[in-house]
Design a protein around this ligand. Structure first.
Ligand code: SAH
Length: 271
């Protein structure tokens, strides 16, 4: 097992993180101090990305890339950086080994295993915020699909907020397995479904949440079988918003809400 660490200044951090997440959907470890931030990913030598891809995202800022051989303890390392996350003071997403210090309206336990999604990523948090807005508008009912579900974190939050049935889609076997285990741990019903969104149409639903990259969102927009009543998407960068909005507009949706965190954006659409 190799630990590949990328250290940079805060100005380059969002771009480095975006690039690493694209290359390593299994998760990125984050550490930082005054004036620097370090992201690290783990993998066998053959799985890890070419270093050139990472250094290329720099715009003149020094980026330091180091790689070191580490013991094969991926699972334990997840624990080191999977911290409890509060969203909008209502939703708590935590690993099972962290206890609750104060009661959350929605308490979600997630053990991501090899799948992406501890709740910590800004795009996930923004999707949860937009789900909460729909719930507050009395729209948390009926069928919801979570496209690119990873650990199932958004599907489980949705099920706890009242949507039913909830279908959780991913192309990775690890994700499908993680969703089933996490849904059981949270005592909610979620139907995991293995679908490759590059090749197949997403299952239709009244509400769709899609935390994917911009290229995948464009593919999804072209394959929607009729516009959902509400669609939340994230995983795109600010500069990709225009293209993604136009694509969903062509699919019969209009943007009604927009959030941003760092370089990341999230958009809420209605039909
Ligand atoms: N919804 C989770 C995970 C988002 S990461 C969260 O917010 O934390 C994006 C997910 O999309 C990953 O789990 C990845 O496996 C999945 N994915 C990537 N390409 C896909 C494809 N072609 N078809 C289906 N799922 C895909």
């Amino acid at each position: 097992m190799i630990r590949l660490a990328v250290r940079c200044g805060p100005a380059a951090a969002d771009r480095v993180l975006a690039e690493l997440l694209r290359l390593a959907p299994g998760g990125v470890e984050e550490d930082g101090g005054p004036g620097w931030v370090e992201y690290a990913i783990y993998g066998s030598p053959g799985e890890l990305p070419e270093l050139g891809t990472i250094t290329a995202v720099s715009t003149g800022e020094p980026i330091e890339v180091t790689s070191e051989e580490i013991p094969d303890d991926w699972a334990d390392r997840w624990r080191d950086f999977h911290e409890p996350i509060w969203i909008a003071d209502r939703v708590l997403i935590r690993p099972s080994w962290e206890s609750v210090e104060r009661e959350a309206v929605v308490d979600v336990v997630i053990d991501p295993g090899q799948a992406f999604g501890t709740g910590a990523h800004p795009t996930t948090r923004m999707c949860v915020e937009l789900l909460l807005e729909l719930a507050d508008a009395g729209e948390a009912s009926g069928r919801l699909v979570d496209l690119g579900t990873g650990s199932g974190v958004l599907a489980i939050v949705a099920a706890k907020l009242g949507w039913s049935p909830v279908v959780a889609v991913d192309h990775e076997v690890a994700a499908v397995e993680a969703v089933a285990a996490n849904a059981a741990a949270n005592a909610v019903e979620v139907e995991p479904r293995r679908v490759n969104l590059r090749e197949q149409a997403p299952p239709s639903a009244r509400t769709v949440v899609a935390n994917l990259t911009a290229p995948l969102l464009l593919e999804v927009s072209a394959r929607l079988q009729g516009p959902p009543r509400a669609l939340i998407c994230s995983g795109l960068l600010e500069r990709e918003v225009g293209e993604v909005v136009s694509a969903f507009e062509r699919a019969g949706l209009r943007p009604v809400d927009r959030l941003a965190q760092g370089d990341w954006a999230a958009i809420g659409f209605r039909s």
